[in-house]
Write a protein that binds this ligand. Structure first.
Ligand SMILES: [Zn+2]
Length: 314
């Protein structure tokens, strides 16, 4: 009996049934979202193992809670998720598909001796963490950042103050939330690295030795990916996403209705929606995670330094 329960397929089905049931009861998901979450969660549990699963679970729960947080106030500000904050399959796959692909990739890489020898299972785990950190940071920063007391600014022109909920708007509160999201994910990964290192792909070598430098990478990797990924998301949104202006309050949104009136199309690619922005930033966050997982911090920190120097000089 216990042997059967210990099989990842059985434990995964059992766990996803419990979590899915609770999430549905808490109105985090509609029925299509529930099915999508079941597929995503089970695949990640089965292929990525408990550490990867715990990380996506953090995203899932925190995003659900943050979306519900002061939902009525968000409706008043016109920044609330549609459908009473219940996520559908589009939302779930939008944030889960890239992590799921990386999870399957680490599973496969772990079975190929050459890839294992080159360190790929861990680099792909870095990509996994990078994509979840980006998505979590973006979701939590938008859901909580709208309560910023000071007016947010536009990421493409930091001197310009814009109404809350504007596409590409950034605030100090949002940036702080993004970093905190990365930090929590990093701490979860580090917890596994210390207590159950074999549960993190590629962390323990074939000779049963924990690669200590990888352990040290986990928190900086997660925090940097969250921070940079979340800002790339705002940047992509500000530049590419379809934008509509509300003629009542002046807000620039992706919504075709605002303040109970139809909005006016003002720019961006018409078929480029928030989902495309999120997918794009998730891929970039994953790429960043692979690079950071491979230990190439110097590049990223150097690039970040020049970017900040360049953007603060004009
Ligand atoms: Zn409006």
């Amino acid at each position: 009996m216990f042997e059967m329960l210990a099989h990842p397929a059985v434990s995964g089905l059992l766990m996803m049934s419990i979590i899915g049931g609770l999430a549905y009861k808490a109105h985090f998901l509609d029925i299509s979202g529930l099915i999508a979450a079941f597929v995503t969660g089970f695949t990640i549990w089965y292929t990525g193992g408990p550490a990867a699963f715990a990380i996506i679970l953090f995203f899932f729960i925190s995003a659900g809670v943050a979306t519900k947080y002061k939902y009525k106030a968000k409706v008043k500000k016109n920044v609330a998720q549609e459908g009473k904050g219940k996520r559908s399959w589009v939302n779930v796959f939008g944030s889960g598909i890239i992590p799921m692909i990386f999870s399957v990739a680490m599973y496969i890489a772990a079975m190929v001796p050459d890839l294992v020898a080159a360190g790929w299972p861990f680099f792909l785990f870095g990509g996994y963490v990078g994509s979840v950190a980006t998505t979590s940071a973006d979701t939590l920063a938008s859901e909580i950042g709208v309560f910023s007391k000071s007016k947010p600014r536009l990421i493409t022109n930091l001197r310009r103050k814009v109404p809350g909920g504007t596409i590409g708007a950034v605030s100090l509160l949002g940036e702080g939330v993004a970093i905190a999201a990365g930090l929590i994910i990093g701490v979860i990964a580090l917890g596994f690295a210390v207590l159950a290192p074999t549960w993190i792909p590629g962390l323990v070598t074939a000779e049963n030795v924990v690669v200590s430098e990888y352990v040290l990478f986990l928190i900086p990797l997660s925090v940097l990916a969250a921070f940079i990924g979340c800002n790339i998301d705002s940047l992509l949104g500000a530049v590419l996403q379809n934008r509509f202006v509300c003629e009542i309050c002046g807000a620039v949104t992706d919504k075709e209705f605002h303040c109970d009136y139809e909005t006016k199309y003002v720019g961006g690619f018409k078929s480029f929606t928030n989902m495309h922005v999120n997918l794009g930033s998730s891929v970039l966050g994953a790429t960043l995670g692979i690079i950071l997982g491979a230990g190439l911090f110097v590049w990223i920190l150097g690039g970040l330094f020049f970017w900040i120097a360049a953007s603060s000089s004009n």
